[in-house]
Design a protein around this ligand. Structure first.
Ligand SMILES: [Zn+2]
Length: 114
């Protein structure tokens, strides 16, 4: 009996799908109020490293459905990306600039060394 219970309620990446289907709220949406309350209760509680790893594991290899892709695309269409200028080397570009410029700009180190 005890073993049966733990099998139902322990979610692992391997049995997460079963776990979801057994959940009483499977395919049902929580009410707006419920969501708000859950969100409020969870806010401010830091996730442990283990928790974060588990969360990311569940999403590995998941692909967006066509519908999701279209939704994402629609949300971004027509929006102009903000042009940012790196204060260290003066290069201009979109949000991807953060990868190699701003705090990561190679010219930043030069300035600090002088
Ligand atoms: Zn730069």
């Amino acid at each position: 009996m005890r073993g049966k219970l733990t099998n139902i309620f322990k979610a692992t990446p391997e049995n997460i799908w079963n776990y979801k289907q057994n959940h009483p709220l499977y395919n049902k949406n929580r009410s707006e109020k419920d969501r708000e309350n859950i969100s409020k209760g969870m806010k401010g509680i830091p996730k442990t490293k283990e928790h974060k790893q588990k969360l990311s594991k569940v999403n590995i290899g998941k692909k967006d459905s066509l519908e999701t892709k279209q939704k994402k695309s629609k949300a971004h269409k027509g929006k102009k990306q903000k042009i940012l200028k790196c204060p260290y080397c003066g290069k201009e570009g979109g949000t991807t600039m953060h990868r190699w410029h701003f705090e990561n700009c190679k010219f930043k180190k030069d300035i600090n060394n002088e």
